[in-house]
Design a protein around this ligand. Structure first.
Ligand code: NAD
Length: 519
């Protein structure tokens, strides 16, 4: 660590130092129940976003390794799909307990690789844990349907069955929650699973895989590969993979949706967002300001459900100075430091992209009410920090409004009335989430009915549905037709077999062939 710090000071690329590399932990592949070192010569670095110190390396799995992983999934499917549903349920009941017991360790890994605060990292794990807990209800969720006596002596019933090998491709911003939206639901339905975590934060998925193995998941039911484009293309193309769950940016999500679908796979693709929070003048001011600040700047704005755009209606615009004061009071610091509210961004590239979007707003005429650039975080001068930033007088044509910023930046627009605010939101291409702050039920009802967005909060800034519902982002934020988790998640990972059976009494035997279409 001392050597690494000295090299950083001297600005010597760590890649040039063999000693540094040999002491850095490598992320293993998980193939057929074994954590194995990749034989690749192609590795990616993992940095702590608060310091930019090298904390690990992740392999780009070779073609042979990826083939071995999917073959292991295919073999395991033969027995796993026939395992009794009660046995699968027992494994996930043990799994949810292991996650609970190890939440601190998981959160530490998230903060190390992703940067978010420890408290927020625990929230990341808890939201994923809720999905695992819901998966434990599989004995009810997998029920089929029956309709007796559709005609004389004839009944119809359906079975809900697994589809085969499924795959998940995850983003960097929720290292626990999003992988836990994927493999637990896929596997509890009787599928086997190939997971590709984000190459920037693979550590948490590896810990989760070990816990699942400890909970009793048989070898081959979960395999993990690492990498970037080649791994993604492999998943899109391999004929044994029947379904792909993707969460990440639009660039990758649209590509994966198209390539996977062309190859005949089911694809569900959750993508980017620009979530608007509408502030009505009758709202509870104190609550609204606190909720806006928390939802815009929490996790340094790196949430797909961050409220990154505020629309002040009428005289609520007068609350802006207080909003700025409240945002200023947030403490920017490394995620593992006590009292930190806002951690660093994932990478130096993300930091410079966010800063250039702030600058574009200034150049296009927005008013910079709070500038988080050039923030100095004591003891962390190499970290990727941007402080809370607020741009007002933003218009729909500005780049800072059109693009997802994915940083601690709140852009503020104004509207004269609710209709104008709704029309603005409906013209934005994304449809992930939105919220309204009001004390008027009729206003809230009109908003929820007329706004064309998949997830709506009424006085709730981040309305991510609990797992008995589904994550229902829409329009430019989603490709596919079946959403993540909840009933829709079960539907995505299963297929239906419909049986029509007739049991006649012997004396009712047909006396001649029926050649007309049975009705
Ligand atoms: P990303 O698209 O860069 O990466 C996601 C995954 O796709 C990674 O595993 C990565 O290896 C792979 N990938 C990246 N670029 C690719 C490409 N060009 N072709 C093929 N594969 C590629 O996303 P990210 O930066 O890790 O995550 C941030 C994005 O995810 C934001 O846009 C955010 O809104 C979105 N997100 C959406 C949701 C949601 O549910 N809608 C949730 C979380 C994050």
């Amino acid at each position: 660590a001392i050597l690494r710090r000295s090299l950083l000071k001297l600005k010597v690329p760590l890649q040039q130092c063999r000693m540094c590399y040999s002491s850095v932990p490598t992320t293993k592949l998980f193939i057929d129940g074994k954590f194995v070192e990749s034989s690749t010569s192609d590795w990616l670095d993992i940095h702590n976003p608060a310091t930019n110190e090298l904390v690990g390396r992740v392999p780009k799995a070779t073609q042979e390794e990826m083939l071995a992983a999917v073959d292991s999934c295919s073999r395991a499917f033969q027995s796993w799909s026939e395992t009794s549903i009660l046995s699968r349920q027992q494994i996930f009941l043990r799994y949810q307990q292991l996650i609970k017991d190890n939440i601190k360790e998981l959160a530490k890994m998230i903060t190390l690789e992703q940067g978010k605060t420890l408290a927020d990292a625990e929230g990341d794990v808890l939201r994923g844990l809720q999905v695992v807990e819901h998966a434990c209800s599989i004995t009810s969720l997998m029920l089929g349907e029956t309709l007796p006596s559709i005609t004389k002596d004839m009944d119809t019933y359906t079975y809900r069955l697994p589809i085969g090998v499924c795959a998940g491709i995850a983003p960097f911003n929720f290292p626990a929650m999003i992988p836990l939206w994927m493999f637990p639901i896929g596997m509890v339905c009787g599928n086997t699973y190939l997971m590709k975590p984000s190459e920037r934060v693979p550590g948490c998925t590896m810990l989760l895989a070990k816990m699942l193995q400890d909970a009793g998941a048989p070898n081959g039911t979960l395999n993990i590969i690492h990498g970037q484009h080649a791994a993604v293309n492999f998943i899109c193309d391999h004929p044994a993979i029947k379904a792909i769950s993707f969460v990440g940016s639009n660039r990758a999500g649209e590509y994966i949706y198209e390539r996977g679908s062309k190859n005949g796979k089911r694809v569900q693709s959750n993508m980017g967002a620009k979530n608007h929070g509408v502030v009505m003048p009758d709202a509870n001011k104190e609550n609204t300001i606190n909720q806006l600040v928390g939802a815009a700047f929490g996790a340094a704005g790196q949430r797909c459900m961050a409220l990154s755009t505020a629309v002040f209606v009428g005289e609520s615009r007068e609350w802006l100075p207080e909003l700025v004061q409240r945002a200023k009071s947030l403490r920017v610091n490394a995620g593992d430091q006590p009292g930190a509210d806002v951690g660093p961004l994932i990478s130096p590239e993300a930091k410079s992209r966010v800063e250039s979007l702030i600058q574009s707003g200034v150049e296009e005429g927005a008013k910079l009410l709070l500038d988080g650039r050039n923030i100095h975080v004591k003891g962390y001068k190499n970290g990727n920090f941007v402080g809370p930033t607020i741009l007002s007088n933003v218009t729909m044509d500005m780049k800072c409004y059109r693009e997802e910023i994915f940083g601690p930046v709140l852009v503020v627009l104004e509207a004269d009335n609710l209709d104008e605010a709704i029309s603005l939101i409906n013209r934005n291409p994304y449809g992930n989430g939105t919220a309204i702050f009001t004390t008027n039920g009729a206003t809230a009802r009109k908003f929820t009915h007329e706004v064309d967005v998949g997830q709506i909060g009424v006085n709730v800034p981040i309305p991510v549905p609990l797992p008995m519902f589904s994550f229902t982002g829409s329009r430019g934020s989603f490709r596919g037709d079946t959403n993540f988790y909840g009933k829709q998640g079960i539907q995505f990972y299963t297929q239906i077999k419909t049986v029509t059976s007739q049991w006649k009494a012997e004396d009712a035997t047909l006396t001649s062939p029926a050649v007309t279409m049975p009705t």
